[in-house]
Design a protein around this ligand. Structure first.
Ligand code: FAD
Length: 395
């Protein structure tokens, strides 16, 4: 058996792949998992289908492009697909570049990772909630809350979003904040819209009206605000106090919108306001727009104010009040500060021999497979680095 011992805190996506990479590099690996099973979030990912990477995986999909760049350069999407193919997992990409297992079942992803860990002799310890990491003569001791201990020449912390044992080594943490989450908004203007879906553009505006971020896609109105993939992506910058501006006709410019409504008034002037938008806008959205414009539904269409309605269709404002349901957040922004780690190796600058991977670091990406891509690839880098460190003779 190898003398190079690597302990990994956390049996999620990053920890499992780090375990495989470390063991393949010759280390004797112990996976320390607080829960009673590994890969819980993998099973929940992608609505149970696990969107494991994206063909467009690139640094600008993340909050810290400079930090993720070296890892993504070494491991683009094809490298992740090849890594999993090697484990026996077949995948396909959809029209938007999202990569899924051909089985469309997240448990296939977890199964191949667990089978490889078993083949490589990775030891799994469950119910081990790491509380701190201490330096020892021959490396480190990871101590659990329950009084357990695990000795290793190198440690990888892959404990996901939230506070972590890295703090016991002096690593600072950026504030934690749920992202990739539905948004709560002022609901007065969207009363009655819950359950309605619409394809549109969304812009996050600051207090001066400047655009902070924009996305297009399908939006779902909810009792508390809005959800949908475009909203999850906007949630990465959508703080309370900012405004979500919806553009229901993003392919038509403001002048064109006004022209279209004027022509419609000319042609369909016999209609009432309540039916004026029939054929161009979901009935309930049309009613919400008219309510905000303070136009009674029985107003003759000939009396409608085309410029004012055109403005509302292209800038339907919803003040953001918070997150819809933090429990639904896919990712936690914040975590261990990146200046404490070497982006080429994921090794701690404060405690050489300790590595970090995945969401425990202050890295988050867009919706669409980018977060798991980071977990796998940072896990491989940390796993290899830790195996090499653990193999070095003790100083
Ligand atoms: C509902 C949902 C859907 C998602 N869908 C997708 C998707 O389709 N595509 C995508 O790219 N991303 C998706 N994500 C995000 C993705 O799952 C995460 O980015 C990824 O799982 C992070 O991996 P990780 O290994 O860093 O952390 P985790 O997967 O959170 O794993 C951390 C592990 O560490 C353990 N742990 C924590 N603290 C300790 C401790 N002190 N001691 C020991 N063990 C500890 C935890 O129990 C856990 O098993 C989704 C997330 C959610 C919640």
């Amino acid at each position: 058996m190898s003398d190079a011992r690597v302990a990994i805190v956390g049996g999620g996506a990053a920890g499992l792949v780090a375990a495989i990479a470390s063991a393949r590099a010759g280390a004797c690996v112990t996976l320390l998992e607080a829960g009673s099973r590994v890969g819980r979030k993998i099973l929940a990912s992608g609505n149970g289908r696990c969107n494991l990477t994206n063909t467009a995986a690139a640094p600008d999909a993340y909050n810290a492009p400079g930090f993720v760049a070296p890892v993504l350069a070494e491991f683009p999407c094809e490298a992740v697909v090849a890594f999993f193919r090697d484990l026996g997992l077949l995948t396909y990409a959809d029209d938007e570049g999202r990569v899924y297992p051909v089985t469309n079942a997240a448990n296939s992803v977890l199964d191949v990772l667990r089978l490889e860990c078993a083949l490589l002799g990775v030891e799994e310890r469950f119910g081990f909630e790491a509380a701190r990491i201490e330096r020892s003569d021959d490396g480190f001791i990871v101590r659990s809350r329950e009084g357990g201990a695990s000795q290793a020449g190198a440690v990888i912390v892959a404990s996901g979003g939230g506070a972590s044992v890295l703090e016991s080594l002096g690593h600072a943490r950026e504030p934690l904040w749920p992202v990739l989450v539905p948004l709560a908004t002022d609901t007065r203007s969207i009363r009655g819209l819950s359950g309605v879906r619409v394809r549109c553009a969304g812009h996050i505006l600051d207090s001066t009206g400047a655009r902070v971020a924009s996305e297009r896609g399908e939006l779902l109105f909810r009792d508390y605000g809005v959800s949908g993939i475009m909203i999850l992506d906007l949630s990465r910058v959508a703080l309370p106090g900012l405004t979500l501006s919806l553009d229901f006709f993003p392919d038509i410019d403001p002048a064109g919108m006004e022209r279209l409504l004027s022509e419609r008034i000319d042609r369909l002037g016999w209609r009432s306001a309540g039916t004026f938008f029939s054929g161009m806008l979901h009935t309930r959205i049309a009613q919400a727009v008219l309510r905000v414009a303070e136009v009674p539904l029985d107003t003759p269409a000939t009396s409608l104010d085309a410029p004012a309605l055109a403005r509302l269709l292209k800038d339907f404002s919803l003040p953001i009040t918070g997150t819809g349901d933090p429990a639904q957040a896919q990712v936690t922004r914040g975590g261990a500060r990146l200046d404490g780690f070497d982006p080429a190796t994921m090794e701690s600058r404060l405690a050489p021999g300790v590595f970090a991977a995945g969401e425990v670091l202050d890295v988050d990406g867009r919706c669409g497979g980018f977060n798991l891509h980071w977990a796998w690839t940072s896990g491989i880098v940390a796993g290899r680095g830790a195996a090499a460190r653990a193999a070095e003779p003790a100083a």
